[in-house]
Ligand binder design. Structure first.
Ligand SMILES: O=C(CO)COP(=O)(O)O
Ligand SMILES: O=C[C@H](O)COP(=O)(O)O
Ligand SMILES: [Zn+2]
Ligand SMILES: [Zn+2]
Length: 309
């Protein structure tokens, strides 16, 4: 079984009203923890690599580790570039064996975003690789309060239709109130489901993507803080909102922060309880297990994609 793209995964997810998890990977233990969960849950899987991950681990190491996971497990895995900033990085990943790339032109004006995305789509499609694009800006904690701010930054449904038609992108990341990192909301978490519903209805059958979708699982935050961390006010997207998003057009839900928190909580606890240990396998082993348990929980209870591989 080679690496797969997302076409079949998204079609099934759309029809089945669930979402596929896209997990960010940066090293071997993270990859193994996620993959072991996917095997256990018989779940479809997207592993995604950011520019920062490419820089940290070197592109080829991560690619080979993911290929090794496919060879070892026979699991259908999609290898995806997360937030490609320009044509060159997307081309590099297409040429380097990725089955999916994201071109993130969301910071550019509408027409420029279209032009850049279309260029990536033309190249990627000529090589059989699918493309995710982004329209609208993810909120910062301070944004998203006023309706005027929402209309300026959240994805406009009419523009989404035009964008998809003119670029031919295979999936679209939208902004409805989520944001990256561990501090997503100051007050009560809120997503613009009316907007999501409208976009879903205007693009029937079309896969949407939710970035910044970690829950910032409170037990991890508490554990980090208990063992010397300082993560006050960390808050993410509640699990029931993610489940609900999956019943609309959202087929891909991106998770990175929850992986970071699972790993960090485990390692903080380990060092507090075993101050004399210094073999990395002693603390990276339990961290890998913590990732596996967290990802299995997401697949089962939040994405609703267990048994769908
Ligand atoms: O969107 C993401 C990666 O592209 C990750 O979002 P989180 O920071 O919420 O995990
Ligand atoms: O979108 C952001 C992801 O969490 C990746 O983060 P990173 O760029 O620090 O690797
Ligand atoms: Zn973006
Ligand atoms: Zn993202």
């Amino acid at each position: 079984m080679p690496l797969v793209d997302t076409k079949e995964m998204f079609k099934k997810a759309y029809e089945g009203h669930y979402a596929v998890g896209a997990f960010n990977v940066n090293n071997m233990e993270i990859i193994q923890g996620i993959v072991e969960a996917a095997i256990q849950e018989k779940a479809p899987l997207i592993l995604q690599v950011s520019a920062g991950a490419r820089k940290y681990a070197k592109h080829i190491y991560l690619t080979k580790l993911v290929e090794a996971a496919v060879e070892d497990t026979g699991l259908p895995i999609c290898l995806h570039l997360d937030h490609g900033a320009d044509f060159e990085i997307c081309k590099d990943c297409v040429d380097g064996g990725f089955t999916s790339v994201m071109i993130d032109g969301s910071k550019y004006p509408f027409e420029e975003n279209i032009e850049l995305t279309k260029r990536v789509v033309d190249y990627a499609h000529s090589k059989g690789v699918v493309v995710e694009a982004e329209l609208g800006k993810l909120a910062g904690v301070e944004d998203a309060v006023k309706v005027a701010a929402k209309d300026a930054t959240y994805t406009d449904p009419d523009q989404a239709v035009e964008f998809v038609e003119r670029t031919g992108c295979d999936s679209l990341a939208i902004a409805i109130g989520t944001s990256h990192g561990a501090y997503k909301f100051k007050g009560k978490p809120e997503l613009d489901f009316a907007r999501l519903e409208k976009i879903t209805n205007m693009l029937p059958g079309y896969p949407l993507v939710l970035h910044g979708a970690s829950t910032v699982i409170p037990s991890f935050v508490e554990e980090c803080n208990k063992y010397g961390g300082k993560l006050d006010g960390a808050q993410g997207v509640p699990e029931d909102m993610l489940l609900k998003a999956g019943t609309f057009g959202v087929c891909k839900i991106n998770i990175d922060t929850d992986l970071r928190l699972a790993m960090t909580a485990s390692i903080r606890k380990y060092f507090t309880e075993h101050p004399g240990d210094f073999d990395p396998r002693q603390y990276l082993g339990p961290a890998r297990e913590a990732i596996k348990a967290m990802v299995a929980h997401k697949m089962r209870d939040v994405l609703n994609c267990s048994g769908k591989a």
